[in-house]
Write a protein that binds this ligand. Sequence first.
Ligand code: R5P
Length: 227
Amino acid sequence: MKSKDKSKQKAAQAAVNYIRDGMTVGLGTGSTMNYFLEELKHHVHSGLEIQGIPTSKQTAEIAKENGIPLTDFSQTTKIDIAIDGADEVDTNLQLIKGGGGSLVREKIVAQAADKLIIIVDASKRVAQLGNFPLPVEVIPFGWQKTAAYLETFGCKPVLRMADKHPFISDNGNYILDCAFETINEPERLHQQLKQLVGVVETGLFINMADMIISARNEVVEKMTSTH
Ligand SMILES: O=C[C@H](O)[C@H](O)[C@H](O)COP(=O)(O)O
């Protein structure tokens, strides 16, 4: 296993310790989360009783294959904890997410959860956000116009493609990957972009993470938020 994968797995294993019997658990999306689902599967098979809320069709499928029980989000009154990956994490626990295109559902589930734990390999930790192009989910209608407005905020938006066609999110939308030179004020930028008609959501997760669990090979580090 490559060192980055080992690190993702270590962080995922550390996060499973926060899951208790009876919890409703938000299940994020991505390769790091897949390690978490693998780990959770073992605990469920050993008797851990949880209900999962998947943040994507992909995660729902993997959870089902692994025998992890899922529940209907619309009928859920409380999510005790959500676990998810991230593309970048800064020193204030602000995040860029959406590399896998699931940012909207991830953010809805994270917002509904009492606690959000982010699991990453340590290479995702940065002093300042912005090296990773910011995913912004947009309505397909007039996306070129939305992209032009986004550009005025100092980025180069690129329409995400999959097999020579625009990538379509689980919500039927497009993703514009917006490369900024750097993001100095993530909260302000998120608010500004959110105001544009056509923007559904940005991949900036501001003041949402309660804990970051990062790993470099065997070494696991935890950062907790004060917000
Ligand atoms: O849309 C995808 C998510 O925000 C992922 O959590 C994020 O892209 C990190 O994915 P990975 O664990 O594969 O690096």
